[in-house]
Design a protein around this ligand. Structure first.
Ligand code: PMP
Length: 340
């Protein structure tokens, strides 16, 4: 194994993440399932990439000037990425978050020096939705940039220019499928577009959680949803600018129970502690792998995203009382310790 090269800037630590073969998922799919280790970014999630690209793009366009403030509405991970990038470049950060996201993310944002504003979780149409609140704060703050990750396509460029070519090189140009779930759509659309540039036959699949509207949209053109999910950071109800023109060939819908099964497997059998969106992605990758095998593709290779660290969810996913309260199965090793 070779060492990564020495870097001369902490910002160069974003991206160039390892890719790892996942043994159990590969066995279940009957082909190779690879996980891109985005939890290895400095902010421990895939969103560091979008944060860096959005800030650099705004600087290049003259929209962010020295001493400025970056304002964003986020489920948390983008805020953490922005706070780190902003600290490294001398900007201030204001983050607006729905108050049903994990306590760890809020504590982390405060610890990083971001100003944190929380709002009740509401539908996008509500003017107090976290996205609209963040836009308003940016408008009212002098010398501020609204990062606007949902509709700012500098987000997906991070994956067209970064994640996709990295996966292509790491798999030495032999990759047949890619899938992941959607928050903003930056990762799915960006990696999809970037991989199609290399080989248009690579099958790109949406993996949607329950309660999101995109599965139905790509299936029959209707933005509608059934059920719900406790997964943070994913589950979209509209076609964001980042999703426009995303080259999606097929789609899967994955339940929280199925995602949690793979979160548990990856932790207990493969030594990776991840968030639920990673488990849902892995379940989607297995479905895509099986489909490629059934279609006669020889020894297909599928890649997906391991989005963030599970340490961000100790009070939720890894807490028996919380799981019980949500009506979800409790990991057996958490057992009776949290029964009280
Ligand atoms: N998983 C997690 C944990 C996230 O925070 C996000 C970002 N919201 C995603 C997946 C989805 O990434 P994207 O915004 O690129 O669709």
């Amino acid at each position: 194994m070779t060492n990564p090269p020495a870097r001369t800037s902490t910002l160069d630590l974003i991206g160039h993440t390892p890719l790892v073969l996942l043994e159990g998922p590969s066995k279940a799919a009957g082909c190779e399932i690879w996980g891109k280790c985005e939890f290895a970014n400095p902010g421990a999630s895939v969103k560091d990439r979008a944060a860096l690209w959005i800030v650099r793009d705004a600087e290049a366009r003259g929209e962010l000037k020295p001493g400025g403030t970056v304002v964003e509405g986020t489920a948390g991970n983008t805020g953490i990425g922005i706070a780190l990038v902003a600290n490294a470049l001398g900007y201030k950060t204001v983050i607006v978050m729905p108050d049903n996201q994990s306590k760890e993310k809020m504590d982390t944002l405060r610890a990083l020096g971001a100003e944190l504003v929380t709002v009740p979780p509401t539908k996008f149409a509500d003017p107090n939705h976290f996205v609209h609140t963040s836009r308003r704060i940016a408008e009212e703050t002098p010398n501020a940039l609204w990062a606007n990750q949902f509709d700012n396509i500098a987000n997906r460029r991070a994956h067209i220019e970064g994640t996709a070519p990295e996966i292509w090189e790491q798999l030495e140009g032999r990759v047949h499928g890619f899938t992941c779930a959607v928050g903003t759509g930056g990762t799915l659309a960006g990696v999809g577009l970037g991989l199609k540039e290399k080989d248009e036959n690579i099958r790109i699949a949406l993996t949607d959680p329950h309660g999101a509207a995109l599965y139905n949209y790509y299936e029959n053109g209707e933005l509608s949803s059934e059920g719900s999910s406790v997964a943070e950071g994913i589950g979209q109800g509209r076609i964001t600018a980042n999703l426009e023109g995303a080259p999606i060939d097929t789609q899967f819908r994955i339940s929280d129970e199925e995602g949690l099964k793979w979160v548990a497997h990856l932790l207990r059998k493969e030594g990776l502690c991840l968030g639920l969106s990673s488990g849902i992605n892995v379940a989607g990758a297995i479905a895509l792998g099986r489909q490629l095998v059934a279609d006669g593709v020889e020894n297909p290779r599928v890649a997906t995203i391991l989005c963030d660290t599970g340490f961000r969810y100790l009070s939720t996913l890894y807490n028996a009382a919380w799981l019980r309260q949500k009506g979800l199965p409790v990991f057996d090793w958490l057992g009776s310790a949290s029964e009280a």
